[in-house]
Structures are given as C-alpha cells and as structure tokens.
Design a protein. Sequence first.
Length: 241
Amino acid sequence: MSTPQRDSLNADFLPVIETSPVEWLVSDSLVDYETALQTMEDHVSRIGQRLANERVWLLEHPPLYTAGTSASDDDLISPNRFPVYKTGRGGQHTYHGPGQRVAYVMLDLKRRQQDVRAFVAALEAWIINTLWNYHIRGERREDRVGVWVRRPDKGISVEDKIAAIGIRLRKWVTFHGISINIEPDLEHFSGIVPCGIQEHGVTSLVDLGIPVTMPENDSIMRAEFEKIFGPTQSVSEKHTD
C-alpha cells in the first residue's frame, strides 16, 4: 500500500485572521437528521455573513442512512429498513445511529486556508490523532476517504473503516463533517454498501476491544481538535442561535 499523498499536506488549520474560539456544542440526546441539517445550514449562513462564530457540533442521530452526491442506488441494500436522506455532502451512502459520534464542522476557510484537500487531510489527522490516544493506528488510503484500521486478526490485508468523512462548502464555509464509530450496532451497516466499498468492513472502538464512554471520547476529540484548528469554547444548546 502506497503512502497517501495527503500525508504530506499541512494539517495545521489554525486561523490566519483574528477570530473568536470555535464554539464546541454537544447534544446529549438523539437529534433528528432533518432538524440537524436545518440548524447546521442556518448557522453556516450566519458564519458566512460574519454574524456567528465557527462551530463544531457533536451529536448522535437515531438510526438512518444518508446518500451523498455520489451515492448509487445499487448500494442501498435495505431501502425500507431505516429512513434514507439525500444530502448535499460529498461521498456515497453512510449510516448514522446511536453509539456513533457525529461531529458537524462549521469553519470559515477564508479565515484559515482556502484548500479543500488540505481541509480533508486536517480532518483525517484529527481522527487519526484521536485514535492514537487508544493506541489504535488509523490510516489514510489514497483511493478512499475516511480512516481505516488493519485487521490482521481477520486475515492478511484485511481492513475495516472506523471513521467516515463527508463535507460540503458554501462560500468557503464548511459543513457536514466526520463520524467515528464508538459503539454503534455494526449490523446496521449491512443495509448499505458503506461509501460504495464492498471489499472492506466496518469496525468501532468497542469492536476493537476499547471500552470508552462518549464523554471520554469527546474530551479526547476536543483536545486533538484544538491542536489542529485552534481554541474552542463550550456553548450550550439553550444559548445557541
């Protein structure tokens, strides 16, 4: 396996224009997908108008499938199992559900780097560094987005996906983001071909023998985020727009 070219990109996405700390918002209950999408789009619009701060929103969804802009209908194996949402993010089909940490990342790249590939590489670095806190080696692959772990216990060259990335930009403001499998029901992924990739599986921290709570993981994610993207400040849902 060749070293991904994204490894050579600068993962530093600190703001180059003076800005407030990135808002760090955590939802403790499941959030309906359509509600989350509308809330995210409204906030992205306000960021673009310089009426709101950048934000990372951590949440969990009820079980559902999403179809990105490159999704193929053939990859939706069980269309009636869970709700299916067409979404404007890049990528193909993915699953969201309880036990999976979704992080919607709303950053203004005009204040940072106007480089989409470098932004994706920075998101990958954030995930990889988070996983390394558990001594899990997450890896990039040049021909597929996301973060992967080798599974020698399953066989030579076997890999499983542990984190997905799907983003969209509007006037250089990012939205959608990443998801890391903490302890989702992995069987739920069987209703789709995740990201259109049939030859590899899906895993989670718990599946890899790492028992961790969502708050514990959130704390690690926040510390690693700040190393790449800069300081954050906690906000509560009742104090958001």
